[in-house]
Design a protein. Structure first.
Length: 316
């Protein structure tokens, strides 16, 4: 696949993932307000999304069910981290407005940059500049601007979710050097389900209220399925850090939907931060992509590769 085509596909996939991910906090908050407990929301949406992906591959793409053992372990490790992060995320949404929750969660590219650097992945000077611009934007976006301060436990849970989400990206990126995106999506979702469903059954078991609406939960399931696949397709073609930086555009989706569905509004500081964040995203056009992008040697995730397995084609 030509470098420009691959970069274009990666950017399109990452932006598509951002659109879907931007719907998550609004639909999740809507489901909680509609009568579902936070742990039930995350258990249902993850479990059903995994079943949809499994059914699709079994019926149409059985060849994508194969994965080498170390890659499977990598997917399950990433999925477990993301599963615990999802539990923190939706617990925090029980106490935070969707827009504010997503603003705090948007710190994850900063952690992705740190984990990518520790894994000896190439990080360009422009990427560091974009991360710095994004950090300024997030600072402004999270400024209360005279409003009441959010509850500290919910803030800490959302930041913990951001760290775990950031940590799963470089792990999946290592696996994606060898395995196509649909396979990684399936086994990561299955691993998330193994974490979230038992957690709900053990520590919650709260049923939906009698008048609970299933509409936001079903929409959230479809969004989860679509966002995971497009996220991993973006990571495969442009790398985890660039996909994460483009993923910051999910904030705009959250703001728009939060305003019209949940009647949430932005402060002056947050509007300024959103503009600065847009500048950071536009700078992705200046990033130079390496068309070879071979698996790096060394790093803390160097064990995530098969010893004697031919890599999948970049067109997979």
């Amino acid at each position: 696949m030509a470098a420009n085509t691959r970069q274009g596909l990666g950017i399109f996939a990452a932006l598509s993932s951002a659109i879907f991910l931007g719907m998550n906090p609004v639909l999740g908050r809507w489901a909680i307000l509609a009568g579902f407990s936070p742990l039930l929301v995350v258990a249902i949406r993850t479990g059903l999304a995994a079943l949809i992906m499994l059914a699709y591959l079994v019926i149409f793409k059985r060849q994508y069910l194969y994965i080498f053992p170390v890659g499977l372990f990598g997917c399950f490790l990433a999925g477990a981290l993301n599963g615990f992060g999802s539990l923190l995320y939706y617990q925090a949404l029980g106490s935070l407005p969707a827009s504010l929750g997503q603003l705090l969660y948007s710190l994850y590219p900063l952690f992705v940059a740190l984990f990518t650097f520790l894994d000896k992945q190439p990080v360009s000077r422009l990427t560091f500049i974009r991360v710095g611009i994004a950090a300024v934007a997030v600072f402004l976006l999270t400024s209360v601007d005279g409003a009441s301060a959010p509850p500290l436990p919910a803030v800490l849970m959302m930041l913990g979710a951001a760290v775990l989400y950031a940590l799963h990206i470089p792990i999946n990126q290592r696996v994606l050097y060898e395995i196509p995106a649909p396979t990684v999506t399936l086994y990561t979702l299955l691993s998330m389900s193994i974490i979230t469903i038992p957690f709900y059954l053990l520590f919650d078991r709260t049923p939906p209220t009698p008048d609970a609406s299933w509409t936001p939960v079903m929409l959230l399931t479809l969004v989860t399925f679509a966002s995971r696949f497009t996220l991993f397709l973006g990571i495969k073609n442009i790398g985890g850090l660039q996909a994460a930086l483009l993923g910051l555009s999910e904030l705009f989706i959250t703001f728009v939907l939060g305003h019209f569905i949940l009647q949430e509004t932005l402060t002056t500081f947050q509007i300024i931060g959103a503009v600065i964040l847009g500048i950071s995203m536009l700078l992705v056009a200046l990033e130079k992509q390496d068309p070879t992008r071979r698996r790096p040697k060394g790093g803390w995730l160097a064990w995530l590769h098969p010893p004697e397995v031919k890599p999948w084609s970049l067109q997979d």
